[in-house]
Design a protein around this ligand. Structure first.
Ligand code: HEC
Ligand code: HEC
Ligand code: HEC
Ligand code: HEC
Ligand code: HEC
Ligand code: HEC
Length: 395
């Protein structure tokens, strides 16, 4: 995702730069004719265009060819190229229409246009593959070293949170092994080979060895048919999970699940809260076999919802501190003091507040009723209350 974002980010920045400099770049090489043609084109002034095309009949083939040459310069971006070819196409078409001009020129432009679209489609197919792989919450494509991987004939990596969550609580990795932010860990095969990062476990002892040739494609798997099980959850198999869990000193009790099937939420993704509720699993809380030093906090906090059409939100410290360390929330994201934080939905979409996890690895913020789930009548006494502001919220 880091790479997707940065590539898309760069694409956006690049487009803006192109848009800003486009006029000036063009005008340097632009003929009087082209300038006038583009002006009429933008104004959609067909009357003026027909006069211009007829008057300049003799220079049109040269104008079209110079547009083509310029469009195909290697440093031109896709947007640039499409724009210039569109202009060339328009001139060629009008030249045929009003001057009985050369049809071959139009064919030449159209062929190039088609090729450009095909090339671009091939490029963006990469994004489709990533989107598919990342449809499952917490499946992250890792492609910061895309070129080096490609040089070795390897695809980018899929890191599937869901497979790991079945055996390890978040606190095993966050943040002793990984900072909880995409792209923040400077992942590399060298460090993995030294037993750091993924190599903390993928060392042939805890899990398959990342330095063995036969295992490269188990991680470098993006776009391969073998990645399907990580995307449609068919990687799950109760016998296999039992075996892995027992190797790791965790538990997988599929007999507690109806039909041994993974419980799913409204969107068809794993319902991890249900797995805990029925004691279908017992993921490790650390790798060294000790106890969970921080422990679990038992308090419940009720966020009163001011809008009448939605229920209140009951935040369970127990569910959260079972999975994650206190320091993932306190003090940066939430001050550990009742009523000290105003939670706003709008921030979740930006990955802040509850959205640091929900919508990324935990269930999505679009699943409204899974949070807005608690009756507004008869609040139990042992619940701490974060009161809704009676007037417009401060700040
Ligand atoms: C086996 C290790 C492991 C476990 C267990 C784990 N994670 Fe992660 N997590 C990662 C890795 C690896 C990354 C990506 C880091 C990177 O790109 O540098 C990550 C990234 C994240 C991010 C950053 C997302 C973003 O968009 O920046 C969040 C949030 C996160 N994890 C939440 C969780 C939660 C919640 C759990 C438990 C339910 C969990 N993780 C369990 C390894 C783990
Ligand atoms: C446990 C998963 C895992 C396995 C198995 C694995 N890799 Fe990687 N590999 C990664 C991750 C994660 C990265 C960093 C991805 C990124 O660039 O964002 C990476 C990066 C790379 C890179 C990019 C350059 C670099 O040095 O980081 C190369 C090359 C590479 N791996 C080769 C291999 C080879 C060869 C094998 C088999 C011997 C292998 N990998 C097995 C996870 C794995
Ligand atoms: C805390 C230990 C741990 C860490 C850290 C860890 N993994 Fe894993 N990973 C496992 C275990 C356990 C499995 C289950 C498979 C098994 O061991 O049989 C697994 C399974 C996988 C799979 C499923 C593929 C398969 O063929 O079974 C992928 C892909 C994967 N890990 C990638 C990664 C990557 C990439 C990283 C680092 C970004 C990473 N893992 C970090 C323990 C870990
Ligand atoms: C991860 C939990 C969570 C999810 C999912 C969630 N909310 Fe909220 N929402 C909260 C919390 C906490 C508050 C703050 C307390 C309050 O004002 O209700 C809140 C506040 C609100 C508010 C009032 C103030 C504001 O920020 O706008 C509205 C309206 C709202 N949510 C609507 C929704 C809708 C609609 C959805 C689904 C698209 C949704 N929520 C999903 C947790 C959640
Ligand atoms: C997933 C995020 C999250 C985690 C993890 C978390 N908290 Fe909190 N905590 C909150 C939120 C949200 C509040 C409510 C603050 C408010 O009302 O504005 C809160 C409130 C508190 C409070 C004041 C209310 C109370 O319960 O007495 C304390 C103290 C606290 N947390 C301690 C902890 C400790 C200790 C841990 C680890 C065992 C922990 N928290 C883990 C989110 C978290
Ligand atoms: C550090 C990560 C993290 C943050 C921050 C976080 N959550 Fe969660 N939350 C989780 C995880 C992990 C689960 C377990 C379910 C899952 O992964 O889908 C969970 C579960 C829940 C559930 C239980 C749903 C059920 O089915 O019973 C609710 C409700 C919830 N979160 C609300 C919130 C609210 C409200 C906030 C913000 C005040 C918040 N969470 C912030 C990680 C987080």
């Amino acid at each position: 995702m880091k790479t997707t974002v940065s590539v898309i980010g760069w694409a956006v920045i690049f487009t803006v730069i192109v848009a800003v400099f486009f006029e000036s770049c063009l005008s340097a090489e632009e003929s009087q004719f082209r300038k006038k043609f583009i002006e009429n084109h933008k104004a959609n002034n067909l009357q003026a265009q027909s006069v211009l095309i007829k008057k300049n009949k003799d220079i049109l083939p040269a104008e079209i060819n110079s547009l083509i040459t310029e469009a195909m310069l290697p440093e031109k971006s896709y947007q640039d190229r499409v724009y210039l070819l569109d202009i060339a196409n328009a001139i060629a078409t009008m030249n045929i229409h009003w001057n009985n001009g050369d049809e071959e020129l139009l064919k030449k432009v159209e062929k190039l246009q088609k090729e450009e679209v095909e090339k671009e489609k091939k490029k963006t197919e990469g994004y489709e593959v990533i989107k598919k792989a990342e449809r499952v919450p917490g499946n992250f494509v890792m492609a910061a070293h895309k070129e080096e991987m490609a040089a070795k004939g390897l695809s980018p990596v899929i890191y599937p949170h869901w497979v790991h969550r079945a055996f390890f609580r978040c606190k095993v990795c966050h943040e002793d092994i990984f900072i909880m932010k995409r792209g923040a860990n400077d992942l590399s095969q060298t460090k993995i080979g030294e037993g750091k990062q993924c190599g903390t476990c993928h060392n042939g002892k805890i899990s398959f060895n990342a330095s063995s040739e036969e295992n490269c494609v188990r991680c470098h798997i993006v776009g391969k048919p073998e990645s399907r099980p990580l995307m449609n959850l068919s990687y799950y198999n109760s016998a296999k999970f039992k075996e892995i869990a027992s190797r790791l000193g965790a538990e997988w009790n599929s007999e507690n699940l109806s039909d041994g099937k993974l419980p799913v939420d409204k969107l068809g993704f794993i319902n991890w809260v249900e797995l805990d509720k029925v004691k279908a699993f017992n993921p490790r809380t650390n790798l060294n076999g000790g106890t969970d030093a921080e422990g679990v906090r038992e308090t419940n906090i009720l966020f009163e919802t001011s809008v009448t059409f939605l229920k209140n939100v009951l935040f369970s410290h127990k569910i959260h501190s079972t999975w994650v360390k206190c320091s993932m929330c306190h003090p940066e994201t939430f001050k550990p003091e009742i009523g000290a934080n105003r939670v706003k939905m709008i921030e979740m979409k930006d990955g802040k507040s509850c959205g640091r996890c929900h919508g990324k690895v935990a269930f999505t913020h679009a699943d409204c009723l899974r949070c807005h789930n608690f009756t507004k009548e008869n609040t139990p006494e042992d619940v701490l209350i974060n009161h809704a502001p009676t007037t417009a919220p401060a700040q």
